[in-house]
Structure formats: structure tokens, C-alpha cells
Ligand binder design. Sequence first.
Ligand SMILES: Cc1cc2nc3c(=O)[nH]c(=O)nc-3n(C[C@H](O)[C@H](O)[C@H](O)COP(=O)(O)OP(=O)(O)OC[C@H]3O[C@@H](n4cnc5c(N)ncnc54)[C@H](O)[C@@H]3O)c2cc1C
Length: 476
Amino acid sequence: MKKEKTTAAQKGKLKKALAQIADVLGSEHVSMESTDLINYTRCLYSRSQLLMRKCETYPPPDMVAWPENTEQVSAVLKIANALNIPVTPYGAGSGVCGGAIPLTGGITLDLKRLNKIKSIDEKSLLVTVQAGMIGEVFERELNSAGYSLGHFPSSIYTSSVGGWLAARSAGQLSTKYGKIEDMAVAIQAVLPDGSIITTKTTPRSSSGPDLKQMIIGSEGTLAVITEAVLKIHRLPEKRIFQGWKFKSVPDALKAIRLVMRTDVLPAVVRLYDEIDTALTMTALGYEASGSLLIIAFEGATGMTELEASVVERICIDEGGESLGPEAGEHWWKHRYDISYNQSKILANDGMLLDTIEVATVWSNLFNLYESMRKALEPFGTVLAHFSHVYREGGSIYYTIIANDDEKKVVKHYDEMWKAAMDACIAADGAISHHHGIGILKAPWMKDELGALFDVYKKIKNNLDPNNILNPGKLGL
Ligand SMILES: Cc1cc2nc3c(=O)[nH]c(=O)nc-3n(C[C@H](O)[C@H](O)[C@H](O)COP(=O)(O)OP(=O)(O)OC[C@H]3O[C@@H](n4cnc5c(N)ncnc54)[C@H](O)[C@@H]3O)c2cc1C
């Protein structure tokens, strides 16, 4: 899907929209200035950064609007729907799949002014927060009230609550606290025609299907999320770290699987394969070899000590060599350093770097790991870790670093992704565990969803007959 040349009629529509949006938001909160528009041609999608190196970009939007509440989001969508202008929701632009890139121009709806905690219900342990709030600021404000969300994506400094919900984000402590969709008790969102929906704040409900979960993960194709009610936790009394060295990935995976069977819920479980152990831990300033497993527990003192002792027994029985707490403590201190260093690599001509996160059940996990590793190896250095585990399986997170002639690097990138996704589908893995689909993985959506892809399309066509909301994403 490509942006076409703006005709005189479209220019007229845009002028009309600009005036109407300025009336509602104030003229300082809507812009058609090229210096504003150029910022929205990219997100942290590696391909958009490779293009930037060649001074090329994806299409800019025609207009950026900065609403400050749900009603203003609704007003903008009503205007856009009436004039048939595409709208792309934009959280903080840390998405790595191109979801926030306005492929067909139109209005980019930047939600950064919806940036407040509205209330904390201390009895029910719930927070109501606006969707544009940046993760780190949100967590800091919760901490000062004695609480934590328990959601720590590596992009916490540069991602928003709405972006997390839109892409089903996972944080580093997901084994204990769940992914963002597990934390969402209710949402408020605006549909493409501007109508506002608010789901009921209730611990559970059996009143029909869970439509909140249909909007969560829809990456701005079905609705714009403006608020959420999320579960919070009291700050932990104690945190315990364990580091284990295993001879091989299968040995360590077995130990983790047995831990997850006990119903003990460590906060962090991170297993690095041999290459990731050597490269990542060295980059973080900690020398390690073999397959490094970091496990952390947090919560009430007695409970964490008990959990740690159960896990210790299993790791010893499965051949793990204890490294004490240092590896985990070191990782905890430097856990946000690595991701932000990736852009330094991408700044160099010929260099390519990306991450791929997939998931499957325990009975298929090693097979998926090997299949994708073999498919990716011809394209560069492949490292992998397993950092989100469940009783029934887990995710695999590959990092690929490569270089090529600068002229060929985008082709190299596209071929690498095709090999990876084809291998994932062939091995029956889920093509995304927490980064979402965007434009990057859209070609594989039909294979991923099967007959459900048509169901998704029907829902989209009904909710958004003019196809104004984030067109061209998720294969729609
Ligand atoms: C260095 C780095 C580390 C990362 N680490 C993690 C990690 O640990 N875990 C993880 O899950 N992800 C991670 N990511 C990916 C990214 O941060 C997540 O996908 C995040 O959820 C995106 O949030 P955002 O606010 O930046 O969204 P954006 O990039 O702005 O948008 C992402 C998608 O959501 C849509 N969207 C945004 N806000 C809304 C809204 N309010 N309503 C409807 N649709 C909306 C956009 O249209 C787009 O399709 C990482 C990315 C980077 C660059």
C-alpha cells in the first residue's frame, strides 16, 4: 500500500480537517509543517532506520494532531471518518514492526498528551492511566505511591501504555506478573466512527466474549485506546537473584520446564544460548560461558526464600552449576543498557541488526529454536535467549547482527526476515510473542491466523467501513 500523490480535492479535504481539528484541539495542537511531519515517517522499525541511512523515508503523514483526552480523540476520528482521511495512532514510536508509520499519509494521532495517572484504587489494587503515558514515568509515579505495575519492557523509557496494549507487550518480569494483556482489567477506546467505548471494571465477567481483548493487540487497526485500568502490586519486600551455568540449552530448558511445573513463579527467567551468553554478558561487562540462566524472585520475604530454595534444588538436580547472585545482580543493574546500544550499530553503513521473538509450547520449543537458528545463520551472527516462560511453553528472542554492501543491505534484511518467518511457520511457532505484526510481519498473517484471518477482516470492515484506522497494517 503506497501513498498516492495528493490531488487538489484531497488538499481541500485536508485543509477542512485542519480547520475543524484546530477548532477542537487548539491550532497549536495540530500541524501540517514539514518539520513536524518528517518525524513520523519512521519508528524504531530497523528497516525504517536502514532507509534513513540512505536519506530515504516511508511516507510522511499529511497532518499531526496532539489531542489531550478521550473526547478530543473522538472528535478527531469523527472529522477524519466524515472526510475519509486515514488516521495512524502513535504512542512513543518504539515499535519495531512499522505499525506507527502512516503508509497512506493522512493524520498521525500522537497520544503523548494523554499522559496522566487518573486514579489509584488501593483497595482493589488497580490504576487508571491515560494511554500516552511513558512507561518509565508511569512506573516512577506508581513507585512513589508504594506500588509497581510489574511491567518492564526494555523500551520502558521510550514506549507508552497505549503502545504496550496495542502490541501486547511483554516486560522482563513477565513470568510473575504476566504480559500487558494479563494486567488489563478494563480499557477505554475510540472506534473509527468516533464513538467511545468503556469496558466494565470487574475482576472477571461472563457477559459474552471479551471484546476488550479483541482491541488489545489490534495495533490501532480497530480502535484508539485512550485509557486503561491495570493491575498493580505492592513494592516487593525482597528480591533474590540466582545465576546458573548449564552445559547446553536443552539441559537448561529442561530445568526451567520443571521449575514451571512446580507452580513457583519466578519474576525473571532468562536463559541465554552459548553465543548470547558470551556476547551479551560481555557487552554488559560480565564474563560468562556456557548457557547462562538468570532467575530472580521478588515479593514477600518468606515466599521468595521458599521459591528460591525449590528452584535451587531443581537446577542442581538438572546439572546446573551455581554462579551465586552476581550474574543476576549485574544483569538487573544494566538491564536497559543493551537495547539502546543497538542504534549505535545501526548507524554504520552496511550494518544490520534486528530482533525476532517467537513462541511455542515446551514440546516444540527446542525444535523451533534450532529450525529458526539454522534458517537465520546464513544471514549473520545469531544469538538467542529465552526470556518469557509459562507452564506450557515459552518465547525465543533472536538477535541477528550482519553486514553487507550498503547498497544490498535492505535486500539482505528482507531476505533474512522471509527466511525467519517461513521457518517459524513451518515449525508451527507463533510469529510474534510481544513485538506485534505492523507491516514487517504482515505477509505472514494469513499463515499465522488461518481461517481466523477472514474473521478479523470482517470485524475490521464492519467497524471501519471507510478503512481509516491504520490502513495497511497486520495484512489488512
Ligand atoms: C530498544 C527496544 C527495546 C524493546 N523492548 C521491548 C520489550 O522488552 N518488550 C516489548 O513488548 N516490546 C519491546 N520493544 C518494542 C516496543 O517498545 C513495543 O512494541 C511497545 O509496546 C511499543 O509502544 P509505543 O508506545 O512506542 O508504540 P508505537 O511504536 O507508537 O506504536 C506501536 C503500534 O501501536 C499502535 N498504537 C500506539 N498507541 C496506540 C493507542 N493508544 N491505541 C491504539 N493503537 C496504538 C500504533 O499505531 C502502532 O501500530 C522494544 C523496542 C525497542 C526499540
